[in-house]
Structures are given as structure tokens and as C-alpha cells.
Design a protein around this ligand. Structure first.
Ligand code: NAP
Length: 250
């Protein structure tokens, strides 16, 4: 493989929202982009948008919770681009909001399956090539919900908290191979996830509880993720960065 090749980022759940914004930011910062999503149509749209800016991109569709499918995606990305330098485990689903007594096995398995197993299987497949090259950067998407707790959000709290613990362990496990692992824990961000979940009135009320007085734009998360994914953060590993407009200040 040529030493002069461009860096490559694989972003899961990049058909829309924070993943799509991250793909566009990383494309603007010199990465070629593997766009993954469960929805092949939205993934292809993101990849097409990136190609229009003159950057190489291709789309890959799979359910992130399916270990074999994500192994195949990682192999396909490596075959297409030569390597994966940065992996962004972003694919996610909204929080189930209900009292603990109403949590079902299906809710729990889905949240853990998409967020925790999805991140674990994708990383397990991508880490092989990163170790061979003695280089790599992984950014996992948690949430402020894992930092401050959210009432009636057991399945999401469990999943997003687990991602922080996984990331800290991996930061130590992979450091000997010069592979960094960090977390972005977004605050309230204006994406389909939040627009679908909350009415405009509720979002306006929530915005008043954020010191900066508004929701984040997806690209503001993309900038934070891109920083951790890139060499600009070459001495940063095992850390949690939470762009949240001052909602959580410790
Ligand atoms: P979003 O707008 O709903 O986008 C999530 C993307 O992930 C969608 O393209 C979705 O595809 C995809 N996806 C869902 N399930 C998948 C699966 N099983 N396999 C592969 N792809 C799948 O959400 P977002 O707001 O951008 O959130 C991105 C990440 O940030 C998530 O991990 C979320 O938990 C986290 N986060 C978001 C906020 C926020 O305020 N928005 C706050 C804290 C943390 P489909 O649309 O086709 O289902």
C-alpha cells in the first residue's frame, strides 16, 4: 500500500444526522469516506454528496447489530479503499422512554444490539487491519444521557454508559499499537432522532435549559468527532468529549 494514500474513515449510521454531518466534515479534512447505514438509499445519497465535492466516497448497507454483516462491510471497505484509518461508531436509535416496569426484552436487546454490539462487532472487525498498520483512531458515540442520567431511559442509559466503559478499556488495550479510542457524548442535537421524538414546543423548552440557549447543529458534533478521529488529537485517548452547550459542566 502506498504511504502517500489518503486517509480513509468508515462512519456507521451516516445516512443522516450526526453521522452524515461527520462524513461531510471528515471529507473536507482530507479523508476519503466509507458511508455505512442500515438504509442503503440514504447512505448512497451521503456518498454521492461527498463525491460531488471531489472526494472519494462509497456507500455500504448493513444492520450494525449483525456481526457477520459488519465483518463483511469492513472487508469490503478495506478492499475498496485499502485500509480504515478512522472508525466512527455512530449508528444509533432513540431512547425508549418508559418507566422501568415497562421495559421489555425486545427494547433492551435492540438498544444493546444496535449501540453496544454494533460498536463491538464493527470495532472487532476493523481492529485487525489497524493493528497490522500500527495506527488507527476510533470514535464512539455516547450521549450526555450517560453522563447525567435520564429518567425513564434505562435501555439507552445502559447502552451509552457501556460505550464509555468499552472505550476506556479499548484505549488501554490498543495503545501499544498506536490506536486511539475516544468518545463523543453529544448534548441535544437537532437531527431526525430528536425532531421525531420531541415536538417543536418541547424542543424550545429544552433549549432554554441549555446555557448556550439552543440545540447543536449536527456539523458541530461532526467537528468534535473529526478532531478526535484525526491526527490533530494524536495524544488524546480514552477521553470523553461532550459538546453540550454547557448543559453539563463539571
Ligand atoms: P439519527 O438522525 O436517527 O441517525 C442515526 C442513523 O443511524 C440513521 O441514519 C439510522 O438509519 C442509522 N441506524 C439506526 N439503526 C441502525 C442499524 N441497526 N444499523 C445501521 N444503521 C442504523 O440520529 P442522530 O441524532 O444523528 O444520532 C447519531 C448518534 O448520536 C447516535 O448514536 C445517538 O444515540 C447519538 N446521540 C444523539 C443525540 C442527539 O441529540 N441527536 C444526543 C446524544 C447522542 P435509519 O434512519 O435508516 O434508521
Amino acid at each position: 500500500m502506498s504511504e502517500n494514500r489518503r486517509k480513509v474513515a468508515l462512519i456507521t449510521g451516516a445516512g443522516r444526522g450526526i453521522g452524515k454531518a461527520t462524513a461531510l466534515v471528515l471529507a473536507s479534512k482530507g479523508f476519503d469516506i466509507a458511508v455505512h447505514d442500515i438504509d442503503g438509499t440514504t447512505a448512497a445519497e451521503t456518498a454521492s454528496l461527498i463525491r460531488q465535492s471531489g472526494v472519494d466516497a462509497e456507500s455500504f448497507a448493513a444492520d450494525v447489530s449483525n456481526r457477520d454483516a459488519m465483518g463483511a462491510v469492513v472487508s469490503a471497505v478495506e478492499a475498496r479503499f485499502g485500509a480504515i484509518d478512522a472508525l466512527v461508531n455512530n449508528a444509533g436509535i432513540a431512547s425508549d422512554r418508559c418507566p422501568l416496569e415497562q421495559v421489555t426484552e425486545a427494547m433492551f436487546q435492540r438498544s444493546i444490539g444496535v449501540h453496544v454490539a454494533g460498536t463491538l462487532w464493527t470495532t472487532q472487525a476493523a481492529i485487525i487491519g489497524m493493528k497490522q498498520r500500527n495506527a488507527g483512531s476510533i470514535v464512539n458515540l455516547s450521549s450526555i444521557q450517560a453522563l447525567v442520567g435520564w429518567s425513564e431511559g434505562a435501555t439507552y442509559n445502559a447502552a451509552k454508559g457501556a460505550l464509555i466503559a468499552l472505550s476506556k478499556g479499548w484505549a488501554k488495550e490498543f495503545a501499544p499499537w498506536n490506536i486511539r479510542v475516544n468518545v463523543v457524548a453529544p448534548g441535544h442535537t437537532e437531527t431526525e432522532m430528536t425532531v421525531r421524538n420531541d415536538s417543536a414546543e418541547l424542543r424550545a423548552a429544552k433549549a432554554k435549559t441549555i446555557p448556550l440557549g439552543r440545540y447543536a447543529r449536527p456539523e458541530e458534533m461532526g467537528e468534535a468527532i473529526a478532531f478526535l478521529a484525526s491526527d490533530a488529537a494524536s495524544f488524546v485517548t480514552g477521553q470523553v468529549l461532550s459538546p453540550n452547550g454547557g448543559f453539563v459542566i463539571t
